[in-house]
Design a protein around this ligand. Structure first.
Ligand SMILES: [Cu+2]
Length: 173
């Protein structure tokens, strides 16, 4: 009788844990499996997976890189720069992006399905821009910050041409 009670309890626990797995966002969990966490003073809740990299002969001293970057809910990258130009494509979640100092850089923004860039003059410094899946942008040289605005993970696909041997993300002091 007692043993039967324990078996029933175990059965209930197993069903509960299966149900818990079923309600998790399966795609986001699977994509981030094996991701490396980005350990920098300006990074909170950020991880990444390197997808590929190479050294183009036509761009001496530059490395061509491709990676996926993940922002956990509440995750952010405070003021930082990159040592080159990046194309950033939002694959899932809602990303907030703030230009802090644009003096030496460039930024081009394309909304999902659009073939012409949104004029950057419409965006002031320290004004947060929202990006949704399908939106993409080119960023180069400026100081900026980014954060997850939603309660699901943000996944971005990044292709970059950066100075070889330099860290991809550099915290701005
Ligand atoms: Cu950045």
């Amino acid at each position: 009788m007692f043993r039967h009670g324990i078996r029933t309890l175990l059965g209930v626990l197993m069903i509960c844990s299966l149900a818990a797995l079923a309600i998790q966002p399966a795609a986001a969990q699977a994509d981030q499996a094996g991701a490396q966490s980005l350990d920098l003073p300006c990074a909170t809740g950020i991880s990444f997976t390197m997808l590929g990299q190479g050294m183009p002969q036509t761009a001496q001293g530059q490395a061509l890189v491709q990676l996926e970057l993940y922002f956990a809910p509440g995750g952010s990258l405070k003021a930082h720069t990159h040592p080159g130009a990046l194309v950033v494509n939002v694959e899932s979640g809602t990303l907030g992006f703030t230009m802090i100092d644009m003096q030496q850089g460039q930024m081009q923004i394309y909304r999902k399905g659009e073939t012409t860039a949104t004029p950057v003059t419409a965006m002031g410094a320290n004004q947060e821009i929202t990006f949704n899946p399908g939106d993409w942008f080119v960023e180069e040289g400026m100081v900026h910050s980014a954060r997850n605005l939603g309660d699901t993970p943000v996944k971005v696909l990044i292709s970059g041409l950066i100075q070889a041997g330099q860290p991809l993300v550099q915290c701005a002091s």
